[in-house]
Design a protein around this ligand. Structure first.
Ligand SMILES: C[S@@+](CC[C@H](N)C(=O)[O-])C[C@H]1O[C@@H](n2cnc3c(N)ncnc32)[C@H](O)[C@@H]1O
Length: 289
């Protein structure tokens, strides 16, 4: 993004995320107790899939965590021996990540950089040859351009390095409850609202927070984007990655719709037979060419 006037969407989205940081730090959703005990865990989807990304474990691996928020997942990977650079455009998030790293004795293995994702190449100027780029749950929906996102990932990965990406499934993001729900086999389902192929940003106004049902956000206006799955995958291939797996899930880590129920594994699913994919995850390798 570089110097110059910041686009309105960046300012709106950053103010929104800045406000969320203290809310999230105080929430039960982000339970930091296991991390503080030295036993930080990721969600079961990542735990099941990450052995394909780091088959020999995390010890000594150089990891770039994009959109790291306040670093909870970065610190889980650091606890497992990785050297992690976390990047996020929210200064309160980066400050909290640095404090947490100090508290947990992981400051020597972590570096947290405050930058817009699209400035990453300028803010981390060397292609540092990362072994893994990790980015999960609530990422590209905040970004207008997945082709550039993919090029940035490829730039930072060393040849043979791996990407791990998990997020809400774009099909699920077509549905919204603002206009009510319809009963499907007795379950109140949200209705199709946003075009799957829509390229323009969606201007949204939602003062709720996924991590704290009691919170009311003052900075409620955001701009978010739809990204069809095929295009995101093709952007990664065009940027120089080969795809190792694409998984679609009937669950996500947050209460994506009000009828969703939390399972014993901590993930949220719609009751009954799954009608829609709610989540997706993908592993990819930086090609040698
Ligand atoms: C839902 S969080 C994802 C983090 C992770 N799943 C978690 O729960 O800790 C989304 C993060 O993206 C960051 N973000 C949004 N737009 C960004 C941008 N343009 N550049 C860098 N970070 C951005 C926000 O500040 C926020 O911390």
């Amino acid at each position: 993004m570089g110097a110059g006037v910041e686009p309105e969407w960046v300012a709106l989205n950053r103010a929104h995320w800045d406000e969320k940081v203290p809310v999230h730090l105080a929430s039960e959703f982000y339970d930091l107790a296991p991390l503080r005990r030295g036993e930080g865990r990721l969600y079961p989807i990542e735990e099941a899939e990450l052995p394909r990304i780091a088959p020999h474990g995390w010890e000594g691996l150089r990891v770039l965590h994009l959109q790291c928020h306040f670093g909870a997942d970065s610190l889980v990977l650091a606890q497992r021996g990785a050297e992690v650079v976390g990047l996020d455009f929210s200064m309160p998030a980066i400050r909290a990540a640095r404090e947490l790293a100090d508290e947990l004795g992981l400051a020597d293995r972590t570096r947290f950089v405050c930058a817009d994702l699209y400035d990453a190449r300028h803010r981390l100027p060397d292609p540092e040859g990362f072994d893994v780029v990790f980015t999960t749950w609530g990422t590209i929906g905040w970004l207008p351009d997945t082709a550039e996102w993919a090029r940035i990932i490829a730039w930072f990965l060393k040849p043979g390095g791996r990407l791990y990406f998990a997020d809400g499934h774009p099909t699920a993001f077509v549905f919204d409850e603002s206009d009510g729900t319809v009963p499907v086999r007795g379950v109140p389902y949200p209705v199709p609202t946003y075009g799957y192929f829509r390229a323009e940003g969606l201007s949204l106004d939602d003062d709720a927070d996924y991590a704290d049902p009691e919170a009311t956000l003052a900075n409620s206006r955001t701009v978010e984007w739809m990204h069809p799955l095929g295009r995101t995958i093709t952007d990664l291939i065009d940027a120089g990655l080969s795809i190792d797996f694409v998984h679609e899930h009937d669950a996500v880590p947050w209460q994506i719709f009000s009828a969703a129920e939390r399972g014993d594994d901590g993930l949220w699913r719609m009751p009954g037979e799954p009608l829609l994919p709610l989540g997706m995850s993908l592993g990819a390798t930086r090609r040698l060419d």
